[in-house]
Ligand binder design. Structure first.
Ligand code: ADP
Length: 168
């Protein structure tokens, strides 16, 4: 039976840390679905379409990888996709409590049919987050170490847009 995993997240925007988790997990499973959360209650910089297009820009085409948005409960999305493993990346200790809570909740909601597998962040990704990228970008810092170079321009344009918005 094919092992299908889902890597859910906001990817606002996708960082080198996310890219590392995608690469490693796609080598473990038969299929990896990158589930981009479309949640109106969580404020994101980029629309779900923009986030998906950035992922497509940096993840080379691979028949094992599918990129799609979802809203609502992750376990419902997984049922539709016939997936039974959730991939999450674990960075510093600060991720641990939230991730454990999430893993247990999804396990209960799926009658123990869904397993969460954690991959440790790489050394470079350990303290890297989408929020840090946005903060550094807003302050005019160099983000090239944090995201793929193909996304730099898109992020810089968003900074200009955000600044304009806050000056209105
Ligand atoms: P969420 O809003 O669900 O936390 P994120 O896009 O921030 O979505 O992260 C998705 C997943 O990727 C989470 O499991 C997060 O811990 C993991 N992750 C984020 N950044 C990194 C990184 N630099 N290295 C490894 N895992 C990461």
């Amino acid at each position: 039976m094919k092992k299908v995993a889902v890597y859910p997240g906001s990817f606002d925007p996708i960082t080198r840390g996310h890219m590392d988790i995608i690469k490693r997990s796609s080598e473990i499973f038969d299929k990896l679905i990158i589930g981009v959360l479309n949640n109106s209650s969580k404020k994101s910089w980029f629309s779900v379409e923009e986030r998906i297009s950035m992922i497509k820009e940096v993840i080379s085409e691979n028949e094992k990888i599918e990129i799609t948005s979802f809203s609502g409960l992750l376990v419902d999305f997984m049922k539709i996709k016939k997936a039974d493993v959730i991939i999450r990346g674990l960075r510093a200790v600060s991720d641990y409590e939230y991730e454990l809570q999430l893993a247990l909740t999804n396990s209960i909601l799926s009658d123990n049919n869904i397993e969460t597998i954690f991959l440790p962040a790489s050394r470079e990704g350990l303290y890297l987050s989408s929020s840090i990228v946005k903060e550094v970008a807003l302050l005019g810092g160099d983000i090239s170490g944090f995201i793929d170079e193909r996304l730099e321009k898109i992020i810089k344009n968003k900074v200009i847009e955000t600044r304009r918005g806050s000056n209105d």
